[in-house]
Design a protein around this ligand. Structure first.
Ligand code: CO
Length: 437
């Protein structure tokens, strides 16, 4: 059964080469399920029993289901739509000795550089098309092998296997695009994909992506690999949970934010007011008071979903000595004393109970005490809407490579956890205790 789910994940990922496409893919799922699209620039008229969604910048999305006007809190799942990549710069074409044309790019997020070499790459993103006074956004996905970052041969870099290599993006990572005598310059090619004339394109956000589709592998197909597992696995599984489960007392909220890989500090990132604005408007549109909003927030719970690191077969010593998450061992609950992860005793206990109720195994992820580790969007989102939050994710290997690896069984576990989360009602009693109903 989990094989079908993994196949569906691969197709979800393939349709989602950038954050814009991820949100477009999610929109198509939401619309198919009958969710009504709202616009931030229009008046909202929401009804009891309604399910809605709203996007910002076409790269972040929040969907919610309102069971009744007298709801007691919000059950929020949050993940991110973006992944590390190389972004195409303005005026990207660079001619080399009158022969080759390569593209000028810069880094988006904290990528592993070496796995981008020697694999077919394509380009996707959005372009802004001018039509008189109208500026229209169009998504573009070239879907062909058009770029390559060829490695320097071992004969010209003899020490590379012994000494490692320090990548300079401006020098080492400019992909080859065409021979100079080719007519198909980059802007003309992109315009063709967008179905417009080159001079109509007056803005663009275009990124490279790995063309290799997802695959299950291993002696008994116990592993999966695909681009962008971080964080499309969490976006996909929380969406599946949101669409299949709900409860009668709390509002289910499903959010996917952009720009986590560059610090979340954009209008569509977790540090923005997007979640806050949406919850306030929802409360207002249902004819509820300000006081009712604050009481609902006090009785709310957020699950921040972003993948964690499994024990690596060749680098087992890089993992914490007593918390050892493995692929296929179940979801990971992420802890850090400096609160880069929001998990605390209370939210971890709530999540463990949810896992038990869903019959899903869970593991703990902590960084080694002598390693810094990454951060995620949960604690950043809490600076705008502060509520009880737990950080979870799936165990994976090769995080921030353009081709990442995870356990074949874990995806189904994560869907079950999100289903249980949306099905349950988590409440805080007057004396401060938690109840899961
Ligand atoms: Co992530």
């Amino acid at each position: 059964m989990y094989q079908n789910l993994n196949e569906e994940l691969f197709s979800f990922i393939e349709k989602s080469p950038t954050s814009f496409h991820a949100v477009q893919t999610i929109e198509s799922y939401l619309e198919k399920a009958g969710c009504e699209k709202l616009n931030e620039g229009s008046v909202w008229e929401l009804k009891e029993g309604g399910t809605y969604f709203v996007t910002r910048n076409k790269s972040a999305v929040i969907a919610f289901h309102i069971p009744c006007k007298a709801f007691t809190g919000f059950h929020i799942a949050a993940s991110h739509s973006d992944s590390p990549s190389l972004k195409i710069k303005e005026n990207p074409e660079m001619t080399v000795e009158g022969q080759y044309v390569k593209l000028n790019v810069e880094k988006y997020g904290g990528m592993l550089c070496s796995p981008w070499f020697d694999r077919p790459l394509s380009v996707a993103g959005r372009v802004i098309v001018a039509d008189n006074n109208k500026l229209e956004t169009r998504l573009v996905d070239v879907k062909r092998d058009i770029l390559m970052l060829p490695s320097l041969a071992i004969h010209m870099n003899r020490g590379v296997n012994d000494n490692g290599y320090k990548y300079n993006i401006q020098k080492d990572m400019l992909p080859l695009y065409r021979m100079n005598d080719s007519e198909m310059d980059f802007k003309t090619m992109i315009a063709g994909e967008a179905g417009v004339a080159p001079e109509q394109i007056i803005g663009s956000d275009l990124f490279l992506y790995n063309r290799m589709p997802g695959t299950a592998w291993g002696a008994e197909n116990e592993f999966i690999s695909a681009p962008r597992l971080d964080d499309l696995q969490c976006a996909f599984s929380s969406m599946k949970g949101f669409l299949s489960s709900r409860n009668e007392r709390s509002v289910s909220v499903f959010c996917v934010m952009d720009n986590e890989e560059v610090g979340s500090g954009t209008k569509q990132g977790a540090a923005s007011t997007f979640l806050y604005d949406t919850l306030r408007r929802l409360n207002y549109s249902m004819g509820r008071t300000e006081e009712e909003y604050w009481t609902a927030v006090a009785s709310s719970f957020m699950v921040s979903g972003d993948n964690g690191h499994a024990v690596h077969p060749n680098y087992a010593d890089m993992t914490d000595p007593t918390s050892r998450p493995y692929l296929n061992g179940g979801i990971v609950i992420k802890h850090s004393a400096n609160q880069k992860y929001t998990t605390d005793a209370v939210s971890a206990a709530v999540m463990r109970r949810l896992c038990e109720r869903a019959d899903v195994p869970y593991q703990n992820f902590l960084n080694r005490s002598d390693m810094l580790g990454g951060s995620t969007l949960g604690n950043i989102s809490n600076s705008k809407v502060s509520l009880n939050t737990v950080d979870i994710g799936l165990p994976q290997l090769a995080m921030h490579s353009p081709y990442e690896t995870a356990g074949a069984k874990d995806m189904a576990y994560m869907v079950k956890v999100f289903e249980e989360f949306y099905r349950s009602c988590i409440r805080v009693s007057e004396d401060g205790h938690f109840e899961i109903l």
